[in-house]
Design a protein around this ligand. Structure first.
Ligand code: ZN
Length: 662
């Protein structure tokens, strides 16, 4: 139970924005999506045994889709979106021809991945374009995802987990049944995609190319893992299994037409090129657990293909700087190769040891984040032909800064200035140089730094963003979340917050969805800020300041003129006995927030969390406060208890933080 509550907290549902021109309204309408998913579920899933579970699945899935569309991660880039959907049109099988919601959306994520939703939205990471070299391969990926959709795989997996549970032991405790189940589904999707691929105008081996990309990514990942020879506990079968299956069947493939491109090779090449800065931006701003490595490696490969492009020089520099700012140990590590291992045999036993050579010692395509078929595009062979220009990150950073100045890269000067964290005189020299350029993006930030202590110039105030305010009915084990986008629910939430607001003159409390509606770019930066600080990174420099990590964070603190930014999540829960029918679930969904809260003699609790990101108030920039399962007094009306309880939690957080500063 605790785990599911946590899931609610970690996946903030921000569904109450009215303005998002990016996506047609119906895709954002929770109840529309929920009914759509349920209606399209297969008949067996609506039998007495599964009916309520299938409805629950539809509800959870619809919430996720709305969450994605409101996350700021779905990007509107018409040219690319139209192009991708033209490929989709070329490959869509007749079985799915009348399915109106099937559409590809682009996600601001630099990694190679795509995710099909159970109502037909395919979220395709922009990072896919970094690896894909032709339309046929893209067609293979799309068909694989469509096959998951057609086979209702996510619903199956959900029902399987709910009914069978996720106990170990069914398969001799070697594999989690859930993983085994998922692996079966992957192979099933592969084989259906193969049948469908025959009916398209594309080279059938586009599918094989897709698996080869996955295999290469797996192998590069393995090179970074000291103790593993294959990726363990993966819910996806190893690509070599998928490739072997493909090759075993390859003599049976009937192919009518065999094109690498059908829609347009010119468009493909142009869009792939234009996507590069976006991919690097996604890798730099949404860092995952690899702490900027993916950004550095990708930017370096884009650079050796287009050495004259200053943007790639900038991303290499800035990703190195941020990585080393979080932990300065990296300055002395070998550029890129520091995290890779070599395999050797000692007495016939395989061992791995840290790679003793640096990247420019000799050309090894396995170490580059590059599809080998694009090896011919590399222009900067001089890195390997001449004496190595750099070995460590420190040397690479200095080298790329010198290069950037021959390329007139203004932002590279800011990056270089910020790399001086102790020698302030040097830093200020470069800041002054930066400000001389009419193209400088972060002038206010640079001026503030030059004027002295950044945080001293900020007002001693807080900006408090309410990212989640959910009302949830817990019926047995089912968490049924009321739609907080419904107008009357939002009104009541605001009523509670108004009452909280009055107590805090130094705190501006706002619904996050209002920021999203009014200041979309700020909303995206706030989201990145929150995401970054939620990740359990290993950070050597625990005293780092957000404004020095990312200048766009500095702009948030400056624009709102606060020393502290807080993100608050609130879940209001009412516990009820388990119900068995879909109708009961639907009935619960119809409850309004006010109706739910305005009762006595029911079992109600509150979950509260607050993430504070501060500029030099505490030694560490992050402070997390949470209090879960706070019981409300069942003799009193729940609604009147909300505001006082939220105030109490905020006061407690302020008190604990105050103690840490003294
Ligand atoms: Zn799959």
């Amino acid at each position: 139970m605790r785990i599911i509550v946590l899931l609610f907290l970690l996946l903030p549902f921000i569904s109450n924005s009215q303005v998002n021109t990016a996506v047609a309204q119906q895709y954002k309408d929770l109840s529309y999506l929920r009914e759509y998913i349920y209606t399209h579920a297969p008949t067996y899933a609506k039998s007495k045994k599964y009916d309520r579970l299938t409805y629950k699945f539809s509800d959870i899935a619809a919430n996720r889709i709305v969450y994605e569309f409101n996350s700021g991660d779905i990007i509107k880039w018409d040219a690319l979106e139209n192009y991708l959907n033209k490929i989709l049109k070329q490959v869509i099988p007749s079985e799915l021809a009348n399915d109106t919601l099937i559409h590809i959306y682009i996600k601001h994520d630099g990694n190679f991945d795509a995710e099909m939703q159970p109502s037909g939205q395919l979220f395709l990471n922009v990072g896919v374009l970094a690896e894909i070299t032709d339309e046929a391969t893209l067609a293979g990926l799309i068909l694989h995802e469509l096959a998951h959709y057609y086979k209702h795989h996510t619903l199956h997996k959900f029902l399987h987990n709910e009914v069978v549970g996720t106990d170990w032991g069914v398969f001799g405790s070697v594999k989690k049944p859930r993983d085994y189940f998922s692996q079966q589904q992957e192979l099933e999707a592969d084989s259906l995609a193969s049948v469908w691929m025959e009916q398209t105008p594309y080279f059938h081996s586009g599918l094989l190319n897709y698996y080869r990309i996955l295999q290469r990514l797996e192998q590069r990942k393995l090179l970074t893992l000291e103790d593993y020879w294959e990726l363990k506990n993966s819910h996806i079968p190893p690509s070599k299994t998928r490739i072997a299956k493909y090759e075993a069947n390859s003599n049976k493939i009937k192919q009518n037409d065999a094109n690498l491109f059908v829609v347009s090779k010119t468009d493909f090449m142009g869009l792939k090129k234009q996507a590069k800065p976006l991919i690097l931006d996604a890798l730099l701003t949404n860092i995952n657990k690899t702490n900027y490595d993916d950004c550095i490696e990708r930017a370096f490969v884009f650079h050796i293909v287009e050495p004259e492009n200053p943007l790639f020089t900038y991303y290499i520099m800035e990703a190195i700087r941020r990585k080393a700012y979080l932990d300065d140990i990296y300055w002395q590590q070998d550029f890129i190769t520091y995290r890779y291992f070599d395999t050797l045999r000692v007495d016939n036993v395989r061992r791995k040891r840290p790679m003793g050579r640096h990247l420019l010692e000799f050309f090894d395509v396995n170490l580059l984040a590059l599809n080998p078929t694009e090896g011919k595009d590399i222009k900067a062979h001089f890195y390997w032909n001449d004496a190595p220009r750099f070995t460590t990150y420190d040397e690479a950073y200095a080298y790329f800064f010198r290069l950037s100045q021959t390329q007139n890269c203004t932002e590279c000067i800011l990056s270089y200035a910020l790399s001086y964290t102790t020698d302030i005189e040097k830093r200020d020299g470069y800041l002054n140089e930066y400000l001389l350029s009419p193209e400088a993006k972060y002038t206010l930030f640079a001026e503030t730094l030059l004027a002295g202590n950044f945080s001293k110039n900020l007002l001693n105030k807080k900006l408090t963003l309410v990212t989640d305010f959910n009302a949830v009915i817990k019926e047995g084990n089912d968490f049924i979340r009321l739609d907080n986008a419904a107008a009357d629910n939002l009104r009541n939430i605001n009523y509670v917050l108004d009452s909280v607001r009055m107590n805090y003159p130094y705190r501006t409390i706002r619904m996050f969805s209002d920021i999203q509606a009014m200041y979309y770019l700020d909303f995206k930066k706030f989201t990145q800020l929150k995401k970054l600080f939620l990740l359990p990174h290993y950070v050597g420099n625990k005293n780092f300041s957000p404004h020095l990590l990312d200048p766009s964070f500095a702009e948030l603190f400056l624009k709102y003129n606060v020393k502290e930014i807080e993100f608050i999540g609130i879940n209001f829960l009412e516990y009820r006995k388990a119900e068995k029918t879909k109708e009961a679930y639907k009935y619960a969904l119809k409850t309004s927030f006010y109706e739910l809260a305005n009762t006595t003699n029911t079992s109600q609790t509150l979950d509260f969390y607050l993430i504070s990101i501060n500029e030099n108030i505490l030694k560490t920039p992050k402070f997390i406060y949470s209090n879960r399962d706070i019981s409300l007094n069942f003799k009193r009306n729940g609604f009147t208890q909300l505001a006082p309880r939220i105030k109490l939690e905020i006061d407690r957080k302020d008190g604990m933080m105050y103690q840490q500063t003294n």
